[in-house]
Write a protein that binds this ligand. Sequence first.
Ligand code: G3P
Length: 218
Amino acid sequence: MKIFLDTADLAEIRRAADANLIDGITTNPSLISQVAGDRDPKEIYREICELVDGPISAEVVATDKETMLVEGRKLAALHDNIVVKVPLTEDGLKACRALRSEGIRTNVTLCFSPSQALLAAKAGATFISPFVGRIDDISGEGMQLVHQIRQVYDNYGYDTEILAASLRHPMHVVECMLIGADCATMPPKVLWQLTNHPLTDRGLEAFLADWNRLGAEI
Ligand code: G3P
């Protein structure tokens, strides 16, 4: 399963990239607005693309097909790594199909049902982003959606990659691995939580204490 970081925080991206832990980045307008300040968001996208050699999702902000296309082409021209994120609306699906025909990769976002995911695959989406945590937030079963999309795509042989999004904790990531999601995108905090286990810390502490009693060197 590919691991993506869901952030525009360059320090966190650098840290994860240095550790070779990530395969790509997802952003959205909210994440960009948290870090941009006075900077042009396009510069931030370029910088992210230089840090991570993998798919970097950059989202359009228009809501009509024609302007989405203009924005999508501009974003795609920034760097070969850019994947254009479009919302799962009627216009978003039309833009997805048109971008696909121009050879531009897309990530169809804000997916909350398996039928939406089917339509995105038919429109030629490279990635579909089901938002797991936001369904959990309203007392639904977010992970059930990832299960259903996996089954639909396998039933019909669609190659659109399932990019599970809005993941909030390590067990969400584990469930994605078991279901067979192609990618999971997570905030930096969740990525760092994945590396930790208290038994690893306790075991290492005991090994080092035993070794230090020897007073030897390697
Ligand atoms: O990037 C999209 C998605 O991962 C958003 O997550 O936590 O805002 O629901 P969240």
